[in-house]
Design a protein around this ligand. Structure first.
Ligand code: NAD
Length: 518
């Protein structure tokens, strides 16, 4: 069983912590080394102490990961799949232990943490099982011009992938990169959020225990500086998940070295409710999509556009359901605290501004903000210019806008700078709306469901970032395509030589006209 906070440089029991991610000046790994504390946001109790890794330490870690990479890529798909299956079995055996650690560092109810771990296991399993089919060498047609050649394409490992993660899903979100990068033959250096370093360390220790031959997943703990050091460390790709403002800093840091980047940033997801929808199910989905994990999900439902004809009934059902939902620190609370204390103020400010601009609270209000918890809030009559309508809230707040018809709902859902996920409840018309939505993922008659389908690419555009994780796109994102063309026999016509080229080009022209005469 892996130590949840392995290594001698952390987990100093009995030392009370400051705020989440508090930096102290105490020595951890040697003279002058600094450390920080992760705390349980429900109680403020210390979960563990971790070193703030310096740029030199990050570089050394990347060098170790690179050394292990040669062995790992040399194993081939079968050898890697067998070892990733061993890790999967290990995660399943220690499922509850990991869920409890997630619960301690994020404050989320343990059942939420269990679902998160289960989904992460599914991603690991899918990536390992499908890597060869997606990335392995395959023959492609050479075309009539090059029909004397055999053409193949394969997707080779990049080398070392740097993964920078957030705190809201400290297992599922990084696993969406780690599992796919490993399955593609890379090794990984992971910088977990400073709020959830213990989960990061646990994941690395669990892989080391399941596959002891080499260290394939390294963790570098620390705050933003450590993340910035990882961007500048010479890794072959950065997979970043976090806020758009940090995403910009990551992009800047990677520009000098042309390190490729995938950015999974925030969202402002819309749910559309139209005539023909099962309004009870739509209300259930809105409540789950907006309030689960205290709204701290990049694809949380934050805006609802409901057509006028069904608005009254939908709002009645929504308010009735929201009124039953309660946050708390106990194991069976509906959702937990705000994990990042700084986010509480963002939510409070957005609520106050919306109410000042004429918004009305059907459930809760500014008084719902009771740190570390925020009670559910439902707002109506909020202008589109209000912060709560346009900026990511990342809290348990649903803003409902009434619209005359589905066309207006689509236009307003598509407005704004974010474009991550979306959801539609509109009866048989629902599926037809999906292609009209400027969203990377759309759930029809459901919410958030796409995140649990490993075969589906996940990601957004605009302020929500670019690139994709998960699915075939996710696997290819951690690999470099290599095309190989091999001559099979002498060509009938060769315009790519200085010998006899004029004749060959003349014949080529005749063939071209024959081939494309219509
Ligand atoms: P954040 O941007 O504050 O931090 C994310 C990570 O970046 C942390 O590990 C942090 O230490 C690191 N970091 C900070 N400064 C850095 C720098 N200069 N260079 C490199 N790394 C740096 O985000 P957060 O508060 O941890 O997470 C919440 C955000 O993440 C929300 O906006 C949420 O929507 C988003 N998110 C997106 C997805 C997605 O898949 N699209 C998933 C989960 C969360």
């Amino acid at each position: 069983m892996p130590n949840p906070v392995p290594g001698q440089d952390n987990s100093v029991a009995g030392v009370s912590g400051g705020g989440c991610g508090t930096v102290t000046g105490e020595s951890v790994t040697g003279p002058g080394a600094r450390r920080f504390t992760s705390v349980d946001p429900r109680t403020g109790e210390t979960v563990g102490h971790y070193p703030l890794r310096t740029p030199e330490e990050v570089e050394d870690t990347v060098a170790s990961a690179r050394a292990a990479g040669e062995w790992w890529s040399g194993l081939g798909f079968g050898g890697r799949a067998a070892r990733l299956a061993a890790w999967r079995r290990h995660l399943v055996r220690h499922f509850d232990e990991l869920a409890h650690l997630v619960c301690a560092e994020t404050g989320k109810p343990v059942d939420d943490a269990r679902v998160e771990v289960a989904m992460a296991v599914e991603h690991l399993s899918w990536a390992a099982r499908h890597a060869e089919r997606v990335l392995g060498r395959r023959r492609v047609p050479s075309g009539w011009l090059m029909n004397n050649q055999v053409s193949t394409v394969e997707y080779l490992p990049l080398g070392v992938v740097g993964v920078i993660g957030p705190w809201n899903f400290p297992v599922l979100t990084p696993m969406g990169s780690i599992a796919y990068a490993l399955a593609a033959g890379n090794t990984v250096v992971f910088k977990p959020s400073e709020l959830t370093p213990g989960v990061g360390r646990w994941l690395a220790a669990s892989l080391a225990e399941s596959v002891p031959e080499r260290e394939l997943l390294h963790t570098v703990t620390g705050a933003g500086d450590t993340g910035a050091a990882l961007c500048a460390s010479g890794v072959d790709k950065i997979s970043f998940t976090g806020s758009a403002s940090t995403g910009r800093a990551v992009l800047h840091a990677c520009a000098d070295s042309l390190t490729p980047v995938v950015l999974e940033c925030g969202g402002k997801d819309a749910l559309i409710v139209g005539e023909g929808a099962d309004l009870g199910r739509a209300a259930d989905a809105a409540v789950w999509g907006g309030l689960s994990n205290a709204g701290q999900i990049c694809v949380s439902v934050e805006r609802i556009y409901v057509v006028e004809a069904v608005a009254e009934e939908f709002l009645r059902l929504l308010v009735e359901r929201v009124a039953r939902v309660r946050p708390g620190g106990e194991p069976h609370a509906d959702y937990g605290p705000m994990t990042d204390p700084a986010q509480v103020e963002v939510v409070r400010r957005q609520l106050a501004e919306a109410l000042e601009r004429g918004g009305r609270a059907l459930v809760g209000g500014v008084e719902s903000v009771r740190p570390p918890y925020v009670e559910p809030v439902v707002l109506v009559d909020v202008p589109e210019e209000a912060l709560v309508s346009s900026e990511e809230t990342f809290g348990p707040v649903l803003v409902v806008h009434r619209v005359p018809d589905l066309d207006t709902a689509v236009a307003r859902a598509n407005s704004g700078r974010h474009a991550l996920g979306a959801a539609v409840f509109a009866g048989p018309a629902g599926a037809d709306l999906a292609p009209r939505l400027r969203a990377g993922m759309v759930a029809v008659d459901g919410v958030l469901t796409f995140a649990a389908v490993p075969a589906l690419p996940f990601g957004g555009s605009g302020e929500s970032g670019f690139g994709r994780v998960h699915g075939e796109d996710g696997l290819r994102g951690f690999a470099r395509a290599q095309s190989v063309v091999r001559r099979r026999f002498r060509p009938l016509l060769n315009p790519m030589t200085f010998t006899g080229r004029t004749r060959a080009v003349r014949r080529l022209g005749r063939l071209l006209r024959l081939r494309y005469r219509r």
